[in-house]
Structures are given as structure tokens and as C-alpha cells.
Write a protein that binds this ligand. Structure first.
Ligand SMILES: Nc1ncnc2c1ncn2[C@@H]1O[C@H](COP(=O)(O)OP(=O)(O)OP(=O)(O)O)[C@@H](O)[C@H]1O
Length: 291
């Protein structure tokens, strides 16, 4: 498909248009549209049950949306209509990687092995899928060396070098979270989708996570789409925030714009629309009182 057909500008990586997802009688996502820019950290936030994970599942091919279009445009200009691709092609060809709310590591394998397993497809391709390819003829050796280099790079970035030979399951929780992200980065994605990476982290682990995410953005050029409940993480590292409530978008802007949006304040405090003005007045009073 040519870029003109989808009207995507060169700095738009992901465009979600009129996305809807119905589970039986429940409209979990209802006509939801947003864009994520290349190189940005875009956060998807909203109260529990708002539909955030469902959006992730549609983007990554775990669900086929009831309606809507999801377009990913790679740096090369190549475009993919994700809602039409099976999940393995979304990972392999469109280059979208994800992590889950619950950690899914190979806990019996070492930290390094987890990072190498993520590169299995690339290595098997280099082997030509033959034993001869594995034992030394062809590009396998060079690719295996590159795989180890890439794993080493992400071990350093994720501050896991000193635990490289330990079983992944022995790491503290925060380190397991960083390992998951490092493993996803070993697939060299264009878009990294993270589902609540800061959940359950203590402040020190949260700071280490923020540092890792920032370095992914600056050093690798991978764009990040993030679901997160921890507002300190969202406000500190996001370039762009999109807010969902009951499957619909209620706000979209910079962290500051979203933080001060009355609809967002009301959604998080769980008040009715007509009470929004009262909530804003109360928030302003509180802020005034604290100075
Ligand atoms: N496979 C499914 N079958 C039926 N209903 C589902 C399914 N997946 C999600 N839902 C429903 O869709 C709605 C949105 O759920 P979703 O998990 O996307 O919300 P969320 O914003 O990610 O919530 P949380 O912040 O609690 O993780 C909820 O009402 C949920 O029960």
C-alpha cells in the first residue's frame, strides 16, 4: 500500500482509526482513534476496565477488532495494516514487540539465554534451517556473534550484566521487568508495547525502569506505546498521553494538557459529568492551599 492511501505523515508510526471491539453485548472499545509519532513514548491511560489492554491486543494481533483500521509505517516507509495480519507476522514483519501485565520469562533459563532465545528466528534463518548451516557453512556464525553482541548491549542497558548467568526466575521483580523489556528489544522492534511495566515496582526499581525506557527512546529509535497506572512514570517519561474511559477517548495531548483536563480528573475521581466543575474548583482550592 502506498503512503498516500493512508495519509500518514513521515513522523507518524502508528495510526489507529475508528477502532471498535465488541465482546458479546459489551462494547469494550468504541470508535477509538489516535496516532503515535515515531520516536515518541506514547502512554495509554484510563481507569480499570477502560479498554487499554484490549487496544494493545488489537494492535498486536491477539484480537481481531470488530471494526477499524490500524496502520503501522516503518522507518523505511513500508506500511502494514495490522488488523489484517496474524500475530506472528505483526511481530516478525511489522516489527511490533510487546510485554504483558504478568511477567512471562523463561524462568528456568539464564538471563542471557532469555535474550538469545528472542533472536532464535533470526539465527535459524541464518542457518538456512539446515544442520550444515548450524555447524559453520554460511552466515550463521557471524549472525550468532551479532546475537551475543546485541544481548550484551541490552544486558548493559537494563543493568543486568552481573546477573547474566543467573536463572531469570531468581531475579528480583524489578530486574525481571527490565529483562522482559531487554528481551523484547532483542527482536529489534519498530514499536515496543509495554503493558503496565511499572506495576509492583518500588521507587528505586521504577527509577531504573524510567532510565531504561528513556535510553530506548534516545539510543535505539524504537517508539514506545505504554499502558501505565503509575502517573509518576507516565508524567515523567511520556511525550504524548491518550486517555480512555469506557472504551472511548476522552483526552489526547501532552502530559501537562492531559493532567489538567477536567474530563480526565473526573474520570479518575469517578464523578458524573455535571460534577466536573465542582471537582476542578476543589482541585484548584487544594493546589492554592498547598502553596
Ligand atoms: N476476552 C474478553 N472477553 C470478554 N470481555 C473482555 C475480554 N477482554 C476484555 N474484556 C472486557 O473489556 C473491558 C476492557 O477490558 P481491558 O482489560 O481492555 O481494560 P483495561 O483498561 O486494560 O483494564 P485494567 O486497567 O484493569 O487492566 C472490560 O470490561 C473487560 O472485562
Amino acid at each position: 500500500m502506498s503512503p498516500q492511501e493512508t495519509n500518514m505523515t513521515s513522523d507518524t508510526l502508528l495510526k489507529v482509526e475508528h477502532l471498535s471491539m465488541k465482546f458479546g453485548g459489551l462494547m469494550a472499545i468504541n470508535d477509538f482513534s489516535f496516532e503515535a509519532k515515531r520516536g515518541d513514548i506514547t502512554a495509554l491511560i484510563g481507569p480499570n476496565g477502560a479498554g487499554k489492554t484490549t487496544v494493545f491486543n488489537c494492535i498486536t494481533g491477539f484480537y481481531k477488532p470488530t471494526m477499524g483500521m490500524i496502520t503501522l509505517k516503518q522507518k523505511s516507509g513500508k506500511e502494514f495494516l495490522l488488523e489484517r495480519l496474524p500475530d506472528f507476522r505483526i511481530t516478525k514483519e511489522a516489527r511490533v514487540a510487546r510485554t504483558f501485565q504478568n511477567i512471562r520469562l523463561f524462568s528456568g533459563l539464564t538471563v542471557l539465554e532469555n535474550l538469545l532465545v528472542a533472536q532464535h528466528n533470526k539465527l535459524m534463518k541464518a542457518s538456512g534451517y539446515t544442520v550444515m548451516g548450524l555447524v559453520g557453512i554460511g552466515p550463521y556464525r557471524a549472525e550468532a556473534k551479532n546475537a551475543i553482541e546485541l544481548a550484551r548491549h541490552w544486558l548493559e542497558k537494563a543493568d543486568l550484566m552481573d546477573r547474566a548467568d543467573d536463572p531469570a526466575g531468581d531475579l528480583p521483580y524489578g530486574a525481571q521487568r527490565r529483562l522482559e523489556i531487554a528481551r523484547a528489544m532483542c527482536t529489534e522492534p519498530e514499536l515496543l508495547c509495554l503493558d503496565e511495566p511499572a506495576a509492583g515496582l518500588n521507587p528505586r526499581e521504577s527509577a531504573a525502569l524510567n532510565a531504561l525506557l528513556r535510553s530506548i527512546r534516545t539510543d535505539s529509535g524504537t517508539s514506545i506505546l505504554l499502558i501505565e497506572h503509575d502517573m509518576s512514570v507516565v508524567m515523567e517519561i511520556s511525550d504524548h498521553v491518550v486517555v480512555l474511559e469506557y472504551g472511548q477517548k476522552i483526552s489526547d495531548g501532552t502530559p501537562d494538557e492531559v493532567k489538567n483536563d477536567p474530563k480526565v480528573i473526573a474520570a479518575y475521581l469517578g464523578v458524573e459529568d455535571e460534577e466536573v466543575e465542582e471537582v476542578i474548583a476543589a482541585v484548584e482550592n487544594l493546589e492554592g492551599g498547598s502553596h
